[in-house]
Design a protein around this ligand. Structure first.
Ligand code: AMP
Ligand code: MG
Length: 534
């Protein structure tokens, strides 16, 4: 157990651990794996590791939390975020939650390898929870080891930050620390378990509460704890609602509707940048509308609404790109089920679900219009957008590079074939040739339409490039950072961290990371499909 305590003068942060001070905790502190009843959390210490080494950190997240650059570079920081030490004021815990996995109720899950260290309140009064992922077993670990491997930790670290800088609501990542211990994983689920380097990410978010935190209490008919958790969540994470409503039912109804709205806005952003979460189980849905739990996620290379990066989901494709809004709504309906004991009738919950649909449709249409450079969206615009998505799919076109290229098209079109204007966006010559005529006709229709929107080329280009990223964290790119790190070279992780901080600006020096997926990556592990093994 931890005996070390880092001198807090070096970090100078203040903790105010409301989750543990205001919600019921598990009286059994043995750490034994079991069903935990009547409690929202269990106290648990990170298990120390052999040789913590800081591989990379996000300087802006350190600044948010209140850690200065000297502290980050000190050995104490790696000890702390490797799980070997605590700061005064930290109260480590694992949360109890359940969830629907792939459509079925899975019972108690909980933080099986995540341990929250505490809630920092920074100089601006913002609350940031610090949570280690891979810090050792907890009462919720079931048969697993509580650890995480280097490859999945690098993927979570980089993607959290990539999403943030793209403008997508997400949990952040402070650090990734190599533990010096090996972890055994069967990466392909084929009976070939092998040791891999262990690592720990420190995630940072205002709240790590998930839909599943509510579902578990309803499943156990523990309405008292459910009610406490709902009112706690509103008070801590949605304080504006406390000020706005005095009536409990109205406040809780407004809260559920806001959760629906935030979730809708988050999914619209995923669709904009071509992100596929891969495991949208209700235990992986944040109550504050953040992207959470980066596992077998992926980014669209060629536009394909049916694509899922998750090998475990390859059969049913429940969590495919185009299905994400429907799944989010299904998950919100499970949350509504969990909240029914708090409402005399279902009208407020139905109103929340209706808000999801209304906000999603309006925001999705506005988002797409912006991607195509339109300032308004009438029937002509909607039709052009729909036709384009069909073409992008049929002709196997790179989603990210297509929209960048579209933004670069000027006010006059050349005669003849327009496809060269799009550059290197096609993955299959036969499919391109089959659609060349239709694509040319589409480009001329889009162009004539966008010119009617009254922007200069410079204005249109700037507006389109502000919503169509130049850089996204494609799987094959993340995999290069992982391969180098596994060989002991962390420079690619750090380079990507720089590139992803400015994803809307073309960075010619890093063009190698913004190319369409190379042929070698089409079937390489980690570059196309991923297992959940992490
Ligand atoms: P995930 O699919 O990664 O969201 O995880 C689903 C559940 O499995 C959560 O309760 C996790 O805490 C738990 N889990 C995943 N990996 C491990 C592990 N290595 N050790 C303990 N629990 C784990
Ligand atoms: Mg999870």
């Amino acid at each position: 157990m931890n005996t070390n305590s880092v001198d807090n003068e070096t970090s100078n942060v203040t903790f105010d651990n409301r989750f543990v001070s205001e919600l019921p905790g598990d009286p059994d502190s043995s750490g034994r794996r079991r069903q935990v009843l009547g409690a929202a959390w269990s106290a648990v210490m990170p298990t120390p590791v052999a040789a913590p080494q800081l591989l990379a950190h996000a300087a802006d997240v350190a600044e948010l939390v209140g850690f200065g650059p000297e502290f980050v570079q000190s050995p104490a920081f790696a000890e702390l975020f490797g799980g070997n030490a605590l700061l005064p004021g930290m109260q480590p815990y694992a949360a109890c939650y359940g969830g629907h996995q792939f459509g079925n109720w899975a019972g108690q899950l909980g933080d099986g390898r995540a341990i929250t260290l505490g809630e920092v309140v920074n100089a601006r009064g913002e609350r940031w929870e610090l949570q280690l992922k891979g810090a050792g077993p907890t009462p919720y670990s079931r048969t697993a080891d509580g650890r995480a491997v280097l490859r999945s930790s690098i993927r979570e670290f980089l993607c959290s930050e990539a999403m943030h800088h793209l403008g997508v609501p997400t949990t952040r990542a402070l650090s990734v620390v190599a533990t010096g211990d090996m972890v055994v994983r069967d990466m392909f689920y084929n009976g070939n378990a092998a040791p891999e380097h262990g690592a720990i990410v420190c995630r940072v978010a205002p709240s790590f509460i998930r839909f599943g935190n509510f579902e578990i209490f309803t499943a156990r008919e523990d309405v008292a704890t459910l009610t406490r958790l709902v009112d706690f969540t509103i008070a801590r994470d949605f304080p504006h609602l406390v000020a706005q409503y005095t009536n409990d039912t109205e406040r809780r109804g407004a809260w559920y509707a806001e959760v629906c709205e935030r979730t809708a806005r988050m999914i619209v952003q995923w669709m904009r940048v071509g992100f596929v979460h891969g495991v949208m189980n209700t235990d992986n849905m944040s109550i504050v509308g953040l992207t959470i739990d980066y596992g077998p996620y992926g980014w669209l290379d060629n536009f394909d609404p049916h694509w899922t990066p998750n090998t475990t989901d390859a059969q049913g494709r429940r969590y495919r790109f185009g299905q994400q809004p429907a799944v989010a709504q299904w998950n919100l309906a499970r949350l509504a089920d969990a909240l029914t004991p708090l409402f005399a009738d279902e009208a407020p919950l139905q109103a929340g679900l209706d808000r999801f649909s209304a906000v999603y449709i309006a925001e999705y249409e506005a988002m797409n219009a912006a991607k195509f450079g339109f300032v308004r969206r009438g029937d002509d615009e909607m039709l052009v957008i729909r036709e384009c998505f069909a073409l992008l799919f049929d002709a196997e076109v790179d989603y990210t590079r297509f929209f960048r290229a579209l933004g670069d098209i000027g006010d006059t079109l050349p005669d003849g074939d327009l496809l060269p204007l799009l550059g290197d966006v096609f993955y299959n010559d036969d499919k391109r040739d089959a659609k060349a005529e239709a694509f040319n006709a589409w480009l001329r229709r889009w162009h004539a339409l966008v010119l009617q929107h009254g922007r200069t080329f410079a204005e249109r280009r700037a507006a389109m490039h502000a919503v169509n990223p130049w850089f996204v964290l494609r799987n094959y790119v993340a995999q290069q950072a992982i391969d180098a790190a596994t060989a002991g070279d962390y420079s690619v992780v750090r380079t990507l961290l720089t590139v992803l901080r400015d994803p809307y600006t073309e960075q010619p020096a890093f063009a190698e990371f913004a190319g369409r997926r190379p042929e070698w990556a089409r079937h390489k592990a980690g570059c196309s499909m991923l297992s959940c093994s992490s």
